[in-house]
Ligand binder design. Structure first.
Ligand code: ATP
Ligand code: MG
Length: 385
């Protein structure tokens, strides 16, 4: 029996991440990972093809060595940029005789949406069912094994992306010798890091990465809308570099080692030395000095997030906020957001061994998306457990 592995690739602005996992009971067992820092990606998009290709290839190789698995097929995560989200209803008809609904029927009705909505410069990268209707009577989340005589319809969310952006990412990944089985937008992926109650009540996920802050809002069991802000961890480092008059690389280091996003809680005793540009002698700063800069930038990011939510027509987030992505490693970031909103705030860190860092959220939730679709479409997966 052949074991079934899921491999996801997350091409982030600061690093490429690959996770190899397998389905394990109701969760995912992580078997191996790879991560490579790169300058070939800007805003989650390929900026330098060769550099990006090398980084992706290296990361796949690292994950291959770590997991002991030959990686051939991957799921690719897509960032929430150059993307649009809308709703579509589609139906397939039956001939009046009793038909037991299978994964193939579900695939047919979802594919129908892809065919109906294809445009020249825009590609559909995700069709996620919100609800199915069997014979226009029963509303169900998974109609498999039910019997229909007239029709199967689906109320689905559709995520589109500009074709040329998609084509180039796919080309870059496939040139590394792997086959992309499917792509999943983070707009869909983040739903899997929420509890059913959060998805029902209305919860906002904020992934603060390196160059992108991605925002997705889920309500009544499904994605409502998602968008991004072109501002994240690298802007925080730029602001530190400018305020302390140090190099960008030094700013990254002090941010990660001493950074604090909430001035009121930052320490005055925690002091570090840095060498300023064009200066000989090192200068001392405290974590409190540093937090003064970081708090301002992170606050600006959150204010932009609130603007996005307002544009989406939302003014109350009943289920609260979930922070994730590499920049949510910043001490005090939860406290800062808690100070700015009246809703609950939590940080999401994946719990699987080997990926207990918020920067792995997107990669692991891409695997969740892959598993969910395999189950919905009833693809045969062989599990050795
Ligand atoms: P993007 O999602 O923007 O395309 P990415 O996926 O590569 O980029 P992540 O890996 O989620 O981004 O996060 C990287 C960012 O997190 C970097 O800006 C890095 O400086 C920041 N970061 C990582 N650890 C820490 C830390 N301990 N404190 C502050 N920032 C951190
Ligand atoms: Mg990212």
């Amino acid at each position: 029996m052949e074991e079934h592995y899921y491999v996801s690739v997350d091409i982030g602005s600061s690093s490429v991440k690959v996770v190899v996992g397998e389905k394990f009971h109701n969760g995912i067992n992580v078997i191996g990972t790879g991560q490579t820092f790169t300058t070939g990606i800007k805003n989650g998009m390929i900026d330098d093809f060769d550099v990006a290709q090398h980084a992706i290839k290296d990361t796949i190789k690292k994950a291959q060595i770590a997991s002991g698995i030959e990686i051939e097929d991957v799921f690719l995560k897509m960032p929430i940029i150059y993307s649009e989200i809308h709703d579509v209803v589609h139906e397939i008809k039956f001939d009046g005789s009793s038909t037991e609904i299978t994964g193939e029927h579900i695939e047919d009705v979802l594919d129908g949406i892809r065919d109906k909505n294809s445009a020249k410069d825009i590609e559909i990268i995700g069709v996620y069912p919100k609800m199915f209707k069997v014979d226009d009577l029963h509303e169900v989340s998974d109609p498999k094994e039910m019997v229909a005589t007239q029709s199967l319809s689906v109320d689905a969310g559709v995520i589109t992306m500009e074709r040329s952006v998609l084509v180039n990412i796919l080309k870059c990944v496939e040139s590394c010798g792997v086959h992309v089985l499917d792509v999943y937008s983070d707009a869909y992926n983040y739903q899997h890091i929420l509890t059913p109650t959060e998805v029902e009540l209305g919860t906002c996920v904020i992934d603060i990465g390196d160059q992108l802050t991605q925002v997705a809002y889920y309500e009544r069991g499904t994605l409502f809308d998602a968008d991004h802000i072109p501002m994240a961890g690298s802007v925080i480092s730029e602001d530190i570099a400018e305020a302390l008059n140090i190099s960008f690389d030094d700013a990254e280091k002090v941010k990660e080692q001493y950074g604090h996003a909430f001035y009121d809680l930052a320490s005055e005793q925690d002091v570090f030395n840095v060498t300023q540009i064009d200066a000989e002698a090192p200068v001392a700063f405290s974590q409190k000095d540093l937090s003064d800069v970081i708090e301002g930038t992170v606050e600006e990011i959150f204010l932009e997030v609130f603007d996005l939510l307002q544009e989406m027509g939302l003014d109350k987030i009943n289920g609260g906020f979930v922070l994730t992505g590499g920049s949510s490693n910043l001490l005090g970031i939860k406290e800062l957001l808690t100070d700015m909103v009246s809703e609950k705030v939590r940080i999401h860190v994946p719990q699987q061994m080997g990926i207990r860092k918020p920067e792995f959220t997107s990669a692991i939730s891409t695997i969740s998306s892959g598993i969910i679709f395999d189950e919905l479409l009833d693809y045969v997966t062989i599990n050795n457990h």
